[in-house]
Design a protein around this ligand. Structure first.
Ligand code: C2O
Ligand code: CU
Length: 444
């Protein structure tokens, strides 16, 4: 695909974000430190916080030995700032830099990560939280961001560098063997009975789906993928696909001397992800259910004149895909595709197509039918827009990433009101690398 060039003048005194090799204490100290790639040398990267409507300016400085970019996941921004290497900008070469500059229109919990060789770069540690505060702070005692990463570590606690592993790519992706919250081997924080915490949970794993639960907490889900729910929902269990976020209001119900937990529910059992050591009491009764957060200015479709697009997902292990076209237009057998590191296709095309899924008119309403004809779940992410899932003719919460289970058919709707070239891909980064990529073109 032809890559346009984007001339850039650097801002005078801008704050940088450096992507560079570093070390982090991801496992208990007796096992030593892990070599990582990290923003500003920190895992997770510098937490970025701004007010809704504020401008964020950061100069990415690439101190890696390979090209990179930053994608501001979930932010509805100008196309040129989206960080999609090869589509909205050229990747930043080693030693190079790129100035990002955008206004955060929506409040909520977002994150940033590379969008070039994302599988390796995210799995090695490059990601950070991006928090956009509401104009009026909601009534909580604490506001905590919990960014969850999934690491595949060897005996020496070093990252296993098997990123081009076709077995992973054609199955569930790169599933690690060590989860961290905010880069820590164990996340623990003091709390009091009756306190209300806002927990901003970010699944920054390359491929792992998280199933979260709560113990000793009365939780309410107040936002998903940054966007407030119209009505907060009581938390029982929540599934977060890679890249998805959930904002919880969690009231500490555990008694002084006890520990409350945010848990990860796994096949082998239920594990503590974050522990809240309760000492003392704050008030005598639990608070009433929370109010909803103020809505963000996202256009919602009327569902009357929507244009219908279809996206068929095929391939992977135990699938029926026999062949697919590659970027050069040639049809290749599954065996040839695997030889090229490809295992999946959207509408018969493996890898980033030259032509978009559709050219959309600015403001056009789009209804997209997602048909997962594979044996694996996929976390479909649209750039530059939030969409709603339609179930029984009723549009649900705004999301930027939707988990589509094997053999499922799902329907999403959105207003294409942001001009430019926007990627639509699977956020299981192994699947993305192995072909699950496309884009739409919104023409102004
Ligand atoms: Cu979180 Cu295309 O990315
Ligand atoms: Cu996938």
């Amino acid at each position: 695909m032809a890559v346009p060039t984007f001339p850039q003048a650097a801002f005078a005194q801008d704050i940088t974000i450096e992507a560079k090799p570093s070390t982090a204490q991801l496992v208990p100290a007796e096992y030593g430190q892990t070599g990582v790639w990290a923003y500003d040398g920190m895992v997770p990267g510098t937490p970025l916080r701004l007010q809704q409507g504020e401008r964020l300016r950061r100069v990415l400085v690439n101190r890696l030995d390979q090209p990179t970019t930053i994608h501001w996941h979930g932010i509805r921004l100008e196309n040129a700032m989206d960080g999609a290497a090869g589509l909205t900008q050229e990747a930043v070469a080693p030693g190079g830099q790129f100035s990002y500059d955008f206004v955060a229109k929506d409040a909520g919990t977002y994150w940033y990560h590379p969008h070039r060789n994302s599988l390796e770069q995210v799995a090695r540690g490059l990601s950070g939280p991006l928090i956009v505060e509401e104009h009026e702070a909601p009534d909580v005692d604490e506001d905590l961001t919990l960014l969850i990463q999934d690491w595949r570590l060897d005996q020496e606690a070093q990252i296993v560098a098997d990123f081009a592993n076709m077995h992973d790519m054609a199955h569930a992706g790169r599933i690690g063997n060590h989860l961290t919250v905010n880069g820590l081997p164990e996340f623990r924080t003091p709390a009091k009975t009756g306190q209300r915490l806002r927990l901003r949970i970010i699944n920054a794993a390359s491929d792992r789906i998280l199933r979260l639960g709560a113990k000793g907490l009365t939780g309410y889900v107040v936002a998903l993928d940054g966007m407030p729910l119209q009505k907060p929902e009581a938390l029982t269990e929540i599934v977060l696909a890679p890249a998805q976020r959930a904002d919880l209001f969690a009231d500490i119900a555990a008694e002084p001397g006890e520990t409350a937990h945010l848990t990860s529910i796994e096949r082998q059992g239920t594990f503590s992800l974050a522990a809240f050591s309760v000492s003392g009491r704050d008030g005598t009764t639990l608070r009433p259910a929370p109010q909803s957060l103020p809505p963000n200015p996202v256009a919602v479709p009327s569902l009357k004149n929507a244009r219908t697009l279809e996206l068929v997902m095929e391939g992977g292990a135990m699938g029926r895909m026999a062949a697919a076209r590659t970027a050069d237009g040639k049809t290749r057998s599954m065996r040839e595709l695997i030889g090229q590191g490809m295992a999946w296709a959207f509408n018969g095309v493996a890898g980033m197509p030259d032509r978009p899924l559709a050219d959309l008119d600015l403001g056009e309403e789009v209804r997209m039918l997602l048909s997962n004809q594979t044996a694996w779940p996929h976390a479909m992410h649209l750039h530059g827009h939030h969409f709603q899932e339609v179930k029984d003719k009723t549009p649900g919460p705004l999301r930027d990433t939707i988990l589509v289970m094997p053999q499922e058919k799902r329907e999403i709707v959105f207003v294409a009101d942001n001009p430019g070239k926007w990627m639509f891909h699977c956020h299981m980064l192994s699947h993305q690398a192995a072909g699950m990529m496309s884009w739409v073109n919104v023409i102004s």
